[in-house]
Design a binder for this molecule. Structure first.
Ligand code: NAD
Length: 292
């Protein structure tokens, strides 16, 4: 399906208030970015400990930005004032868009979508940052399937240019148009993709990443593979990238690609072994590399 002129074709209600469910690596990044661009942001976490960790992530990201852009203390405070991290549902009321960024488990996401659907105004958009799960299934957990889509940011959110706007078969043109405008307002480049395994980017990227994983299991040296690829002009090698993304996240993506990519099974097996050993990459200080 082609997408000629997504922002001009339809009247669009502007997005003013943005909710984020889950303030982990991705949710905190999405919340921080939206606050920097002037949106009111509510991040909901599961308990007070997780909320505190999410607040810390947001403050650290804003501090980095303030340093990098030489922001005044007033501007830094103004951004932080726009982000409200909470464990309750009420502050989410009035959100025009909620982006779900919780753990990559279908039943958890279904419950989040069903809960949001009951709570939020009928015209609010519900989006998922999932890398590997079906948007169609999440849409079916709601009574507003036309207002459900994927909004797939990449890690780290503040650095990565591209955002995939994922269209499920139920998603309306208006929802896609509003999300495309929102992504542009964040200063990112949207691409509209189908709700298919790996969407576009991971489908293209994973044969490359997977080949590096297979080479490691064949006994090739991790440092050498990454060094050669960097010499080729990439900012980082495939194994460094997998450690940064998270081996658990990569495992879910590889598994979702099993039905469409030839030869991905050994990659799934190898990543599963690492997940079982808690070798999740940078987040556990151990993946293809040891960090501590
Ligand atoms: P993460 O584990 O860092 O964060 C998930 C957060 O969600 C945690 O802080 C957890 O406390 C919270 N949470 C879990 N259940 C919740 C609930 N019911 N309500 C509120 N909060 C809840 O995970 P992440 O790496 O940020 O990934 C989040 C999503 O983004 C996943 O779907 C993942 O596949 C996707 N994604 C990840 C990456 C990446 O590189 N890490 C890239 C693109 C997309």
């Amino acid at each position: 399906r082609t997408w000629a002129s997504p922002t001009t074709a339809l009247h669009q209600e502007p997005i003013r208030k943005v909710g984020v469910i889950g303030g982990g690596a991705m949710g905190a990044g999405i919340g921080q970015l939206a606050a920097c661009k002037g949106y009111d942001v509510v991040i909901k976490e599961i308990d007070e400990g997780a909320a505190q960790a999410a607040r810390k992530r947001v403050v650290s990201l804003v501090d980095k930005l303030a340093k990098h852009r030489n922001l005044s203390e007033r501007d830094r405070e103004a951004i932080l004032d726009r982000v409200h991290v909470t464990t309750s549902d009420e502050p989410m009321d009035g959100a025009d868009l909620v982006v779900e960024a919780v753990v990559e488990r279908a039943e958890v996401k279904d419950a989040v979508f069903a809960g949001l659907d009951k709570r939020l105004a009928g015209d609010a958009i519900l989006a998922s940052n999932t890398s590997s799960l079906s948007i169609e299934r999440m849409a079916d957990a709601t009574q507003r399937a036309d207002k459900v889509a994927g909004l797939h940011f990449f890690n780290p959110v503040h650095k990565m240019e591209l955002v995939e706007v994922v269209r499920a078969k139920q998603t309306s043109d208006e929802t896609i148009a509003r999300l495309v405008s929102f992504v542009r307002a964040l200063g990112k480049t949207p691409i509209v993709t189908a709700d298919a395994p790996g969407f576009l980017v991971n489908r293209v990227l994973f044969p490359y990443l997977g080949e590096a994983v297979v080479m490691v299991s064949e006994g090739h040296d991790v440092h050498r593979i990454d060094k050669q690829v960097r010499a080729f002009g990439m900012p980082m090698g495939p194994l460094e990238l997998l450690d940064q993304v998270g081996i658990d996240v990569a495992y879910h993506v590889a598994k979702s690609l099993d039905s469409v990519l030839v030869g991905v099974s050994p990659v799934v097996d190898q990543l599963k072994l690492m997940v079982n050993e808690n070798m999740l990459g940078k987040k556990t200080d151990c993946g293809f590399y040891q960090y501590k």
